[in-house]
Structures are given as C-alpha cells and as structure tokens.
Design a protein around this ligand. Structure first.
Ligand code: ATP
Length: 819
C-alpha cells in the first residue's frame, strides 16, 4: 500500500551515514522496511555511491522517507572537503526535521505548497493532494433530492379514524386529543382491525417510522381493557371476589432487541393506559437487565399485566423466577424481528416459546370453567397469538416467522402502484423487501479518506446554518472508539467556539479556553455522554489577553449546540441519560452513535442523519436513515463513501428501494464551500480554512498524549470494524483497499500509528480472529454485560475473556469495541 508521504517514523540516528562500508542503522518502523532500507544502503555503499545510500524521499519505492532535502544541502555534501570518498558527513538535514530545526517550510507531497497555517518544520500531508479520484463520473451538480409525498404519514382521506378501526372510544379519544394523532397510518389501518377481530398470528411489515408500535399495542390494550368485570370468588386464588388488578394475570409479553427500545415501548404503553377513564388498572413493566435481578424479581412478584423484555433476561426469569406466572399469556410480540435474529436470539426465543407453551393453561378451544381460564376472559384471544414486526422482510425474519408463527396473516400497508414498484426494487438489494419513506431526501458524498474529518465538520456546520428551529442531527460511526474520538474533537470545537464568543463579547475578561475547570464554555463531560454547561457559580474568570476570534478555528457549528454520544460500551444509566438529554434539550444538538441507536428508537424530530461510516448491511442502512422522516415528517440523510470500490454501494444498495429523484450525489466541492467559505468567496479560500481547521486538530492531538492514544485506538477499531463487512459487501468494502495512512489523517494523526492486525486485510493482518470480529460486530447493540447476560453465551463470554487477555498482552485494543 503506497503511503503517500505519511511518515513511518524511521529514526535515523546521528551516525546513520557515518563511517565507510558500514550500513546505516535504522530504528522504528516495520522490520521488513528496515531490512529493505539497510540492504539498499549496503548496496550503494558497495557501489561507492554513498550519497544514494542516504535515504531520501521516495527511496526504494516505499515513500517512507519524507525528508525534504534542500538542493543547497545536497550541494554542500558533494562539495565536502573530506577526502574519503566513502565518507558521508553527518547532515542533520537528512534526519526528519524537528520544528525547531527547520527554517524553511516543508514541501508536502511534492506539491511544493505547504498547507496553509503549516508551521516551519511541520510535516503535514495536504488534504487536497494525492487523493484517489472518484471512479464514477461526477456529473453536473445534481439537484437536491425532490420533496415527495410522505408514505408513512397519518392517512388524510378523512374516512379512516381510530374509531372506525374498532378501537374503544376511550382510546380513540385519547389518541386524537391527548396524543394529537389526527388519523391512523396506513399500517395501522391495515392491521388494527385484524388484530382486534381475529386470533390469528400476524407478521406486520411496514416502513420505519410508520407507527408499528401503536399498531400492535392498541389492539392488545383495547382487548385487555374490556376485562372490566370483577372476577367471581370461585375464579380467584384468594376465594374472594376481585376486581381487575396487576395480579389478575400476565396477558402480553413484548420482546425487543435492546434496552432502549424496550424502555420506549414501555413508555408508549404507559401513555395509552393513562388515558382519561382508561384502563388504569393495567400495570406494564419491564425486565431488560441493567439493574439488579432482585428488583426485577420483586416487580414480577407484585404482578404485571403486560411485560416488555429483552429475550435473554426474559428467559432467565422464566427459568429462575417462580413468581413469574405465564399461564395466561395471550400475546407474544416480537418487535424488530430482523434485529432479534441478527443478535443471535433465535435459540433464546425458541426456548421462551417452548416454556410458554409448556406452562400455558389455555385450552385449544373456547375457555371453559375449570380449565384454569377465568370466566370473563372470552374477550381475549382463545389461543396464544404471536405477532412479528419488522421493517424488512429478510430471510432471517422469515426464519423467525417459521419457528414462531402458525398460519399467520401477512399484514402490510396498502400502497400506491409506484410505491409497490419501489418495494419490489428493494427486494433486489439482497435483503428482502425494504423501502425508505418517500419523503426522506437521501444523498451520498464521495469523500477521500484524508478529508473525512473536515467533511464531517462541513456537513454539520451546514446543517446548523440551514435550520431555523432546533436542529437535531445523528451521526453514525462503525465503532464506539470512533464515537469517543469524534466526541472529543467536536466537544473541543464547541468549547473553543464558546470561549471565542465569550472573548468577543467581553474582550477584557476573556475566558481561558485551555482550562476546563475555569471555562464557562460548554464543558465536555464524557462521563455522562454529553456536553454540559457549567453552572454560573462555577465561573472563575481569569484576566487573560483577549482571544482573537479570527485566529480561532474558522468554522463554527452553533454557539449553543449540545453534543451527545451513545454506544454499547457506555454504562446503561449514561446511555439512558444521553438519550433523554438528546431528545429533550431545547438547543441544537448532535448525537454521535453506533448502530445501538439505529433500531426502533423513536427520537423526535431528527432533521439529518449522517452516515460517516457505511452501515454493515442494507437493512442497517435502512434503519439508520429511518431515524428521520418519521410519521410523515421530512428528513434528510447523507452517507460518506470513499472514492473507488465503495462507490459501488450506490448501485448495489442506495439506489434500491428509492423513488425517482429521491437520491442525489452531493457535490463535494460545494459541500466544503458551504461548510468553510465565509460569504461569497471567489477563490477557493475555503480550502485553506478547512486545512487550518484540520491542522488545528492535528496539532492538538500531536501535543496531547491522551488524545493521541484515543485517536490511534479509534483508527485501529475503525479498520477492524471495516474488516467485518461480510459476504457480498466485501467487494465494495474491502479492507485491502483502505489507505491506512490517509485514514490516520481523518483521525487527526499525522502518521499511521503502526501496524494493525486486521483479519483478511493488508497492513500486516494475520487473518486470525475473524469470527471473533464478526461476533463482536454482530453484538453491536449490547454492551458486554448485556451479551454476557444472555443464557447460552458462556462460550462467547469465555472467548471474549481469552481474546481480551491476548490483546491486552499485545498492547492492542481490548476488543474491537464495537457498539
Ligand atoms: N397515527 C399516527 N399519526 C401520527 N403519528 C403517529 C401515528 N402513529 C404513530 N405515530 C408516531 O410515529 C412515530 C414512529 O412510530 P414507531 O416508533 O411506532 O414507528 P415504527 O414503525 O416502529 O418505526 P421503526 O421501524 O423505525 O421502529 C412515533 O413518534 C409515533 O408517536
């Protein structure tokens, strides 16, 4: 892999080229490269060509020695008055210059022009040169994607109401008045009447953001709330007449793949139950891990009527908690079916269903007295109904359907002919039918590896310029280390902006931006997954020379932007707090996250989704972008692709399942111009501004050992995560095609941190550990504790411990830390 001027850090000792017939000694870098360089030097010494023995830029094709060797110095060497023809006087110019030693600005990458803002002696790879060209033709700037009629919005025909679907007036009234939902969505129209009327299993498939949660919850609540008759004493364990209450029975279990989604479902459920004159006696609850099992057991003992659970935790309680009585369960719902399967819950779900079957007291026909089914429950399904929900119809969902559904109804939203066509196109994407909501405007940008960080800054900045209300942006990364890195970079950016703004408003009492403790700026507190404002009493103003806003990083995001992060390696309380803050803050806000936030989360009013790293499957893509454009609202999504094979993703996935005009290629020049230009600039001054911003980040990282390790770790994890693209996608996302040096720049590193062991990849990959990588990748939703909680995960737990130990010994990241 060419290195394009990215230094490999050969430390050429002062006596490297001194002494006849002795090969120079090389330190650092790869052993093979050192040997190669040594052999070459020996060859030249044998030939008496000592000048050539001295490594210089581009020597031996590795390009590792990026030593700017001014002509004048070469001349001096040749004019040396030392009579020994083999003597090469030590010349420090041969050594990689230190900033203090150099007087002339460097000439990066043969362009002759150092990036603007480069300090004398700084060796910096330019953002704008040596980038691979796009392999697809960039046509004239494409128009922005067209606005299309929403496909997941509430129906506007006027004839369909919640009451006409068969829901009770109490619920219907609550939905329209309290929850301000004007009308049902298309999937609600199709599914709710069926689920109220029949006792059939059902597979519900509908676009992201189309209201699937209410689609299955409303019929369940509607039917349970009809159980209003007090139970006669003959039917109660106590032998006394009882009104319906939490201990009357567990009627429904809802399974969801993540804790966040489970909590969300429980919240929606609570809002329904608390309808005016509603079924307040119904008690919902959850068992999702992340808290002591003891408290969950206590809750189960008290009694719940509807239980939301993650599969592993539920199975655990089914096997170990005696007070959990599932004999009357009428509904089992599996939300986000495809994700449940991707996370390897097939076996767990199979065991859950088997236990439910075994413990069920439901007769196969009409409930009769003495059968264990209390009278008055005739309004409930006569058999256990299983409902499977998914936005996609992948093979694994079909498999889950096979093991869990019997004679199921396949329910989907009625669609126009055009939308049906788009759905069928989605099928070709190799993952079963899927389409994104039509009103979601999608674009892709072909961004070279070196420019990825500045491109993110440009897109974020633009997002805040365009919006009038409170913009909410989600940025998806492939791994948690990358989330952590970008969170640090942009937190610092916001701190600096706030400090510069403070300085501008009150230049005499400028705030020291270098000291977190004394800053009144937005302060990064990664512990709670978000930036936070210091309280006024924390303020300690220092008299400092005024900061000059002009010298602060040129682009600004937004003065009051709040940054959040979310990934599976964060403790649960932090995950919950970050999500809560992200969804409730009145300020413009950004969430840096992994795929842990991709599924099912209903985060209100997301304006823009940025896929900084490509998704790991077409359905991941669909779910990520599906966090915006929900329930008929508008939304935009952009994905960054590297020039080269990655551009193949446009045809193979992005163009599938989109309507005409819904996807456009973003003009990268325009993207940078809009992000970095100030006013109307005739020259490409925005390039200089972008370079300066990048340099500012690079310098900070170079000078801060902690940040350097955060960046290096993120770089390594990013590459390892990239290597987990599977099957058909590997042609498009081949780790062998990655330029590690260029990627290092996008993590603010001037040199690639070293070799990296990447399964199946270049750069010294040993081919080992792929299965672990894939397993860990596929466990993105869960933290380690969650994964370990799953029964049957002993093998995985052991494997992870062994791998962690090995990696620790090698001084590598303790795992790919994806999630
Ligand atoms: N009839 C309706 N009218 C307006 N908004 C609705 C309606 N039904 C549901 N919603 C809202 O739509 C949003 C998305 O709902 P929900 O989370 O159930 O979607 P989903 O189909 O499950 O999406 P995903 O596949 O991404 O999980 C929620 O904010 C919900 O309150």
């Amino acid at each position: 892999m060419a290195d394009d001027g990215m230094l490999v850090n050969f430390d050429i000792g002062p006596d490297a080229f001194v002494g006849a017939h002795s090969a120079p000694s090389f330190k650092g870098g790869k052993w093979t490269d050192r040997q190669k360089a040594k052999r070459l030097a020996q060859y030249h010494i044998r030939k008496g060509n000592t000048a050539a023995a001295a490594p210089k830029k581009g020597d031996d094709g590795t390009g590792e020695f990026n030593v700017a060797r001014p002509q004048s110095q070469k001349k001096d060497n040749s004019n040396s008055n030392n009579s020994n023809p083999n003597h090469v006087p030590f010349d420090r110019s041969l050594k990689r210059k230190r900033p203090s030693e150099s007087s002339a600005a460097p000439k990066p990458n043969g362009t002759g022009v150092p990036p603007p803002g480069t300090k004398p002696g700084e060796f910096v790879s330019s953002l704008w040169t040596q980038n691979p060209a796009s392999i697809t033709i960039e046509s004239a700037p494409e128009p922005e994607p067209e606005a299309q009629a929403p496909t997941n919005a509430p129906l506007s025909d006027g004839s369909t109401t919640f009451t006409t679907l068969g829901l009770s007036p109490i619920l219907a009234n609550h939905l329209t008045t309290k929850l301000t939902l004007k009308a049902p969505t298309a999937i609600q129209k199709s599914a709710i009447p069926e689920l109220i009327k029949t006792d059939s299993d059902a597979f519900i498939q509908a676009e992201t953001g189309s209201g699937k949660t209410l689609t299955y919850l409303l019929p369940i609540v509607n039917r349970i709330m009809q159980l209003t008759k007090p139970r006669p004493s003959s039917d109660t364990p106590s032998g006394k007449k009882e009104t319906m209450a939490r201990h009357s029975g567990l009627y429904a279990i809802i399974l969801a793949p993540t804790r966040e989604l489970s909590r969300q479902i429980e919240t929606v459920l609570s809002t329904l139950i608390h309808a005016k004159n509603g079924p307040h006696w119904i008690v919902p609850g959850s068992v999702i891990g992340g808290e002591k099992k003891k408290s969950e057991k206590a809750r189960l003992r008290k009694g719940l009527n509807i239980l939301v659970a993650t599969p592993g935790r539920l199975l655990d309680h089914l096997e170990n908690t005696e007070s959990l009585d599932v004999s009357r369960v009428r509904w089992v719902v599996m939300d986000e079916g495809d994700r449940l399967m991707e996370l390897g819950f097939e076996e767990t779900i199979g065991s859950i269903l088997a236990i439910l079957e075994k413990k069920s007291k439901l007769p196969n026909g009409t409930p009769e007295r003495g059968s264990g089914v209390p009278s008055g429950e005739e309004v409930l399904p006569k058999r256990r109904v299983t409902i499977l929900c998914s936005a996609t119809m992948k093979t694994n969902v079909q498999r889950l359907g096979d093991i869990s559904l019997k004679d199921a109804l396949y329910i989907k939203a009625e669609k126009s002919a055009e939308d049906e066509e788009a759905d069928n196109a989605g099928k070709e994407a190799g993952e079963g039918k899927f389409t994104a909501p039509a009103q979601l405007k999608q674009s892709y940008a072909v961004v070279p590896a070196k420019q990825r960080l500045v491109a993110l800054m440009a897109v974020l900045k633009r997002a805040f310029i365009r919006q009038t209300a409170t913009p909410r942006v989600m940025v998806f990364f492939s791994c948690s280390d990358s989330v952590d890195f970008h969170f640090e970079v942009f937190s610092r950016q916001l701190s600096e902006e706030a400090a510069a703004a403070a300085a501008a408003t009150n230049p005499t009492t400028a705030v020291d931006s270098s000291s977190d403790s004394e800053s009144e700026a937005e302060d990064t507190t990664p512990e709670d997954g978000k930036t936070s404002k210091k309280k006024p009493q924390d303020k300690k103003k220092k008299k400092k020379p005024a900061l000059n806003p002009a010298t602060s990083p040129a682009p600004t995001l937004h003065p009051s932007c709040v940054l959040h992060k979310l990934h599976g390696s964060l403790p649960q309380p932090i995950r919950t707090a970050a999500l809560h803050s992200f969804t409730t803050t009145p300020h413009p806000t950004i969430l840096f996250c992994t795929d842990v936030a991709a599924r099912g989360l209903d985060l209100p009013n997301i304006d823009l989704i940025i896929q900084h790293d490509p998704p790991f499957s077409p359905s991941d893509h669909l779910h990520r972008i599906g966090r915006t454009a929900r329930a008929g609202r508008p939304g935009r999504a952009i994905i960054f692709l590297l020039p080269g094979p990655e551009e193949g993703y446009v045809e193979s996935v992005l163009k599938k399942g989109v309507r005409e005009g819904q996807l456009a290629r973003a003009n990268v020049d325009e993207l940078f111009r809009k992000g970095f230009a100030e006013g109307k600039e005739k020259k490409r001054e925005w390039e200089d501004r972008a370079s300066e911003w990048q340099l500012n980040v690079e310098r900070w990282i170079a000078e801060d050992a902690r940040m350097k390790s955060v960046a290096a770790r993120a770089w390594g994890s990013h590459i390892r995560a990239y290597a987990t693209h599977v099957g058909i996608e590997r042609a498009v996302f081949s780790v062998k095609g990655l330029h590690y040096g260029h990627l290092a720049k996008s993590f603010g590193l001037r040199d690639k941190p070293g070799d990296i062991k990447v399964p199946g990849g270049g750069g010294g990959g040993d081919g080992g550990g792929r299965s672990l990588a894939v397993a860990q990748k596929r466990g993105v939703e869960d933290s380690d504790e969650e994964r370990d909680e799953r029964p049957g995960n002993e093998a995985m737990r052991k494997m992870r411990k062994i791998a962690q130990g090995m990696l620790k010994k090698k001084g590598m990241a303790d795992e790919f830390n994806i999630g």
